[in-house]
Design a binder for this molecule. Structure first.
Ligand code: HSE
Length: 414
């Protein structure tokens, strides 16, 4: 028998218990093991809960029980979660987690401890909720030179943007709804300001390169400045608006000489983008997530599914439980070193822009960018343009020149 302890009986933790119990026959059959939830750690009591008898309040009961082989860390944060994950791995217990903050900040440290103790640290649920994306990057695509990853990897903001687009819904109201549905972070600024996407794309970019992309150095913007006006122009020009995390491998990612010459290895960004409506990623709506991965041999691939919520996220944690159950006492190699990847200075990277300006700014726009495309929407008293590809720093200079005539701007994903 393989015993499991779940740390944190919140949305995801209770989902893990539900998935294991509901699908136990299938899980046991596929792993050829008998899996059992032995403990649930939480500070709270759960009177009347069907698994009330498994609740413990003292983590040492779990750490000191040699019969617990797998621990699910579904607590979130990097405080107690860090301590407990480390203790479990040091005790030779595999840890499966949905905690992207932990993975982004301490992933390589935990992988190293797992390796030393012949167990595993697994984090499929940390990116894209229920979508298998971590394992495909580590296995099916491991031989590829991955050129680019672009993903809608925050369910809350995608849910919000979809509602704003379809229903003209109010920003604050849709955020409340996302919170009620269990999609949003405890502090939803992590969702709307892009920090959650930043951690997730940094994890994916790290796996892409096999090095650490320091999420604290990633240029990050969220959706809080996206307005109904932007959506009106986006629709007229054949675009939708999505929050994307993007990671582009640069020459030095896979070229030793370029790396030795000090060139940047990867460009990583989080931003709201206008996305052409015929791009597959534009079809990812509501709480769904989608990750677009381009490899040098395989070409374009895409991974789609529920990006947040109790059961989809729990399902991904349970996928890791199954993997750990099949490899008790054996460490599965993960190619992700602590060494930091060199990030491109975002100001030197290039992108095309959409700008919304006051109506009297047209001359200034065309003077600087004769090829700018004017988007016409009848009955409006502002103006909008698609500007050609330029360096971010050049756009910053132009924005300064426009001053308060610049009403809004978005990057364009192509
Ligand atoms: N708040 C996150 C989201 C939860 O909305 O995607 C899943 O990581």
């Amino acid at each position: 028998m393989i015993n499991i302890a779940v740390l944190g009986y919140g949305t995801v933790g209770s989902g893990v218990v539900e998935v294991v119990e509901t699908n136990k026959k299938q899980l046991n059959k596929k792993t050829q093991q008998e899996l059992n939830i032995k403990y649930i750690l939480d500070l709270r009591e759960f009177p009347g809960d069907p698994y009330e008898d498994k609740i413990v309040h003292d983590v040492d009961i779990i750490m000191n029980d040699p019969d617990v082989q797998i621990v699910c860390e579904t607590m979130g944060g990097t405080g107690a979660a860090y301590k407990f994950t480390k203790a479990a791995l040091e005790a030779g217990k595999s840890v499966c987690t949905s905690n992207k903050a932990m993975v982004a900040a301490h992933g390589t440290e935990m992988l190293e401890i797992a390796k030393k103790n012949n167990c595993n640290y697994m984090f499929e649920a940390s990116v894209g909720g229920g979508i298998p994306i971590i394992r495909p990057l580590m296995t099916s695509l491991c031989h590829e030179y991955v050129e680019e990853i672009a993903g809608i990897i925050n369910g809350t903001t995608n849910f919000m943007l979809t509602k704003m687009e379809r229903e003209g819904a109010d920003y604050a109201e849709v955020l409340k709804e996302a919170q009620k549905l269990g999609y949003a972070e405890q502090d939803p600024t992590a969702d709307v300001e892009g920090h959650d996407t930043c951690r997730k794309i940094s994890i994916l970019a790290s796996l892409m390169l096999g090095k650490t992309v320091n999420f604290e150095k990633v240029y990050t913007e969220g959706i809080s400045k996206v307005t109904a006006d932007d959506f009106a122009y986006a629709a007229a020009a054949g675009y939708t608006i999505k929050l994307l995390g993007t990671a582009k491998a640069l020459e030095a990612a896979y070229d030793d000489e370029a790396r030795a010459a000090g060139k940047a290895e990867v460009s990583v960004k989080v931003s709201s983008y206008m996305v052409p409506v015929n791009h597959p990623i534009a079809l990812v709506n509501d709480v769904m997530n989608g990750v677009f991965v381009t490899g040098n041999m395989v070409g374009e691939t895409m991974y789609y599914g529920s990006g947040a919520g109790k059961l989809p996220t729990a399902s991904a944690v349970v996928a890791d439980i199954a993997e750990c159950a099949k490899h008790v006492g054996e460490n599965i190699k993960v190619f992700w070193d602590a060494e930091e990847a060199k990030l491109a200075d975002y100001l030197e990277t290039e992108t095309a822009f959409f700008v919304r300006t006051s109506a009297d700014a047209a001359d200034a726009v065309f003077e600087q960018f004769p090829d700018a495309m004017n988007i016409i929407v009848d009955g409006r008293n502002d103006a909008a343009f698609i500007l050609p590809v330029m360096k971010e720093k050049d756009f910053v200079a132009f924005a300064e020149k426009l001053g308060d005539k610049l009403l809004g701007r978005l990057r364009i994903y192509a």
